[in-house]
Design a protein around this ligand. Structure first.
Ligand code: PSU
Ligand code: MN
Length: 305
């Protein structure tokens, strides 16, 4: 086992017994939602996973230790610290660990640590991808590289239209990452169920998701798989409302010269502010929806193993 990794006892026990475990990221807590809704949501998501019969493992870095499974106090600490805690992607890991610092893990680092711990399924809200204007900025999230090389199934609600969704799909195709639509042929766009872009395959059951992941492992294909699960209709947002907020947020980011790792947190925070509580409530509901699907899929994988 990795010398820098701590697996919470409950998570270690479940893994040793072949019981279902679902990984969860922490940048969504510190940089993705405002306090105190972020902490409230993180705890609700853990509970939803328990209610569905799996063990949650929220992943972060505390005092330089890679943690698979956080205490309530640790979740509260990251949520309160918010954007003052380091947002840790793959390239930041060595620095944060050597300095014994705290860090919130992105989708990329959460996949990495989940894999070190032996966790196969991870639920979140949205992934990072190719930013609009990437043809000049080269801003492409490390999440895509991680999906290309780390064998973890990521269950999300697609990606926000702060990104170029078409180019994001192109990069995933180039890197050999299966992009599955859960109950849909279309890539969901986070707040809305549609994007007009097709996924690689539609899947309608957790058992089939597990079988696909299993086949990928059997063939020793490297890399993970991306499951895109549309937001439940009753919580979906009006496309014109959310598109206007995203356009406004992008314009401000441009004017203020926001770039690099600050871009995504800036856009996420502005979209929440510009739409009031509406987008936040949608965000919470889609994460819960993904957590439930992840728990069922982890259970199906545990059955097959
Ligand atoms: N997109 C969201 N919500 C999020 C993120 C992205 O809708 O919370 C977070 C995730 O942690 C993701 C990270 O891994 O932002 C991507 O950041 P970047 O674009 O800098 O790679
Ligand atoms: Mn970036």
């Amino acid at each position: 086992m990795n010398m820098h990794l701590d697996i919470a006892p409950e998570v270690a026990k479940a893994l040793a017994e072949g019981k279902p475990v679902v990984g969860l990221e922490s940048t969504i807590i510190s940089h993705g939602m405002p306090y105190p809704k972020n902490v409230e949501t993180a705890l609700r998501v853990e509970q939803a996973i328990r209610d569905a019969g799996a063990v949650p493992a929220t992943i972060a870095i505390i005092g330089g230790r890679l943690k698979a499974g956080l205490s309530k106090e640790e979740i509260e600490h990251l949520g309160k610290a918010g954007r003052s805690v380091a947002k840790v992607s793959r390239r930041d890991l060595p620095v944060i660990v050597a300095r014994k610092a705290d860090g919130a893990t992105t989708v990329a680092t959460t996949m990495l640590i989940a894999h070190m711990a032996g966790i196969q399924v991870f639920a979140t809200g949205g992934i990072g991808g190719v930013h609009r204007g990437a043809e000049t900025t080269m801003d492409i999230s490390a999440d895509l590289e991680e999906l290309a090389q780390t064998p973890v199934m990521v269950i999300c609600a697609g990606a926000k239209a702060i990104l170029d969704l078409n180019l994001t799909l192109e990069v995933l195709e180039t890197k050999g990452v299966p992009v599955i639509g859960y109950g849909t042929d279309e890539l969901p766009a986070f707040y809305t169920r549609e994007s007009g872009l097709g996924v690689d395959a539609r899947v309608d059951t957790p058992e089939e998701l597990a079988a696909i992941f299993r086949a990928q492992r059997d063939m020793e294909l490297k890399g993970g798989m991306l499951v895109t699960n549309p937001i439940p209709q009753e919580f979906a947002m009006d496309k014109t409302v959310i598109d206007a907020a995203i356009e406004q947020a992008l314009k401000e980011a441009n004017e203020q010269g926001v770039h690099g790792k600050d871009t995504t947190p800036f856009l996420l925070a502005r979209v929440v502010e510009l739409t009031g509580g509406d987008s936040l409530e949608s965000n919470i509901q889609l994460v819960l929806n993904n957590a439930r699907l992840a728990a069922k899929t982890a259970a199906a994988l545990a059955e097959q193993n």
